[in-house]
Write a protein that binds this ligand. Structure first.
Ligand SMILES: C[S@@+](CC[C@H](N)C(=O)[O-])C[C@H]1O[C@@H](n2cnc3c(N)ncnc32)[C@H](O)[C@@H]1O
Length: 348
């Protein structure tokens, strides 16, 4: 046991380091560039990537010893095999894991602040997380945007036809607005509103809608803690938003009150159980509890919120949806997104 456990810990420090360097490979576009190159030397790779040769060499050292990139010592050439490149690049349709690795450095930036919270309670506000909205937009592009039309919208019978005809849609906690913008382009007869408290995110979403030349979107800085249900919507979405909330019960009630009598609420949230014992073999357990502790729970606690955390789980989610008044709640899993449940709920 002793040896096996120390091997496990050695593997852990290696994999943690590898995650940091995978993130750098994504941000520097080294994976995208390598995927287009034949086996190449450090010089050739650094020149093509327009990056400092000494840094690229050390990064390649991590990638070779981390079994990501192949190295042929007979000619000092490096190769990213196609079957690995498809999980590490922007261009392929498969899940880009190197984009998700960015969460590790995003979280590591706030380690000192989180340690202060371990001593004194409280939390770390959203504003402390450098690059959060940028990384979130990349992540949800993979789970939400790419699956919207083929997987997510068909969960609500007749919704695509209603969107074609023209309905009012609200996305709460819309972040950089990738989902809203793609839907607005696809369904020009419908009107799409996005609320988020982060000015930076709303600015990015608005800029993207201008680039797309759509005139059926409205992005607004709105705080879900204070916003009132003055307008009615036919379809409301919340992608990875509810568990972060300072007052998630109020947010769910706001959604319920903002829906038309035949309206539908669609909530994407982390696939987990409320019961830790049922998450023991969760394939992303350590990652999700980490992101919960170092972000989702903490941002809520920073304003004396509920601090549900990312691992609030299906049982708690169902209880809260019913408490807000929703009926006919269904919980779905979708093949394109192994991290989330998709809940659909309507009014009685
Ligand atoms: C985890 S992110 C998800 C963003 C987006 N839905 C996506 O999937 O990319 C949660 C979002 O909720 C927003 N948010 C958190 N608290 C909020 C509040 N009180 N009012 C409005 N938005 C809030 C954050 O700014 C952030 O953009």
């Amino acid at each position: 046991m002793g040896d096996a456990f120390s091997d496990y810990l050695i593997d852990t420090i290696n994999k943690g380091s590898l995650a940091l360097m995978l993130s750098i490979g994504h941000r520097t576009r080294l994976f995208d560039i390598l995927s287009t190159m034949p086996p190449s030397t450090v010089d050739e790779i650094s020149k093509k990537a327009k990056l400092n040769q000494r840094y690229v060499k050390e990064w390649l050292g991590t990638m070779v010893t981390g079994k990501i990139i192949d190295y042929d010592s007979s000619n000092s050439k490096f190769n990213l095999p196609k079957e690995k490149a498809q999980f590490l690049t922007r261009e392929d349709n498969l899940y880009n894991f190197s984009a998700s690795m960015q969460w590790i450095p995003v979280l590591a930036q706030v380690e000192d602040k989180i340690i202060d919270c371990f001593h004194s309670g409280g939390g770390v506000p959203y504003s402390s997380y450098n690059r959060f909205h940028e990384v979130m937009a990349e992540e949800s592009f993979q789970t939400v945007v790419t699956g919207l039309v083929d997987h997510i919208l068909p969960l609500v019978p007749g919704l695509i036809d209603r969107l074609k005809d023209g309905i009012n849609v609200l996305d709460i906690g819309c972040g950089r607005g990738k989902a809203v913008n793609i839907l607005a382009k696809k369904f020009p007869n419908s009107m799409f509103v996005g609320y988020d408290v982060a000015e930076e995110a709303i600015k990015g979403a608005t800029a993207d809608s201008k680039t797309l030349n759509t005139c059926n979107t409205l992005f607004q800085v709105q705080n879900l803690l204070t916003v009132e249900p003055t307008k009615k919507f036919d379809f409301i979405t919340a992608f990875d938003v509810i568990h972060d909330q300072i007052d998630p019960s109020r947010t769910l009630k706001f959604i319920f009150d903002s829906l038309n009598s035949s309206g539908v609420f669609l909530m994407q949230d982390i696939l987990s159980s409320t019961d830790l014992a049922k998450n023991i073999d969760h394939p992303l357990g350590p990652f999700l509890y980490t992101i919960s502790c170092m972000h989702c729970m903490s941002v809520s606690l920073s304003e004396n919120g509920a601090g549900l955390g990312a691992m609030w789980g299906k049982e708690k989610a169902l209880e809260m949806l019913r408490y807000a008044g929703f009926m006919g709640v269904e919980v779905n899993t979708l093949s394109h997104d192994f991290q989330n449940y998709y809940y659909t709920a309507s009014k009685p």
